[in-house]
Ligand binder design. Sequence first.
Ligand code: ZN
Length: 260
Amino acid sequence: MIRTIVWNENIHETTSPAVADLYPDGMHGCIAAALNREEGIEATTATLQEPEHGLPAERIAGADVLIWWGHAAHGEISDAVVERVVEAVWGGMGLILLHSSHFAKIFKRLMGTPCNLTWREAGERERLWLTAPGHPIARGLPDHFELENEEMYGEPFGVPEPLETVFVSWFQGGEVFRSGLTWRRGAGNVFYFRPGHETYPTYHDANVQRVIANAVRWAANPDARRTGVTDAPNRPVADALEPIEQRGARLHHDGEDGFR
Ligand code: ZN
């Protein structure tokens, strides 16, 4: 089973009746329920309001994939949890960022760039085109699909050049956006998927649910998760495989622990 945590700040659901009507169990509840109908995926949820944002060390250690939805509370995520998530990704935990999570601390930290974009909230039609039809995240999808009402995100998107571009979106107002992007950070697979504005029923859409389930399977890297390379210090190698001669000054000595 791919152990998946669906994390949500869970703020709009508790402050906006319109969002609560669309997602009575929260967007996290909707996404987790769809994932739990899938073969081989076991999804649980976590929210900002829980101790340590629902992500204590032992929970993260037992996760193959973390899905993240954030918007209003990016600044409230503790640095300790950010570091915990980032180190888990380096150690092979898959990470899927949804919609406004483009501005999440964990995403900015992993990308190292501003992750900015342009946006407009007008309920426009979004048409997502598959740009990598053979990609595992695109499995079972038509060559394009539409969401009748979505927030517009436009280029330029301030992220590093991705490993793969799986989807590109067109919006009714004319903008385009790279809406499905992958990266590798350490041993961790990272996927950003654009749709999911809280006032529209996006996470009830069958194609969107298919993308997220595919992405969970793609992002999981259980072999790396078992090996565990997180928090690894630099490692001195005293003996060479071939005969070598010491040249120049040697500043570090055997058994010395200062250089990490
Ligand atoms: Zn939004």
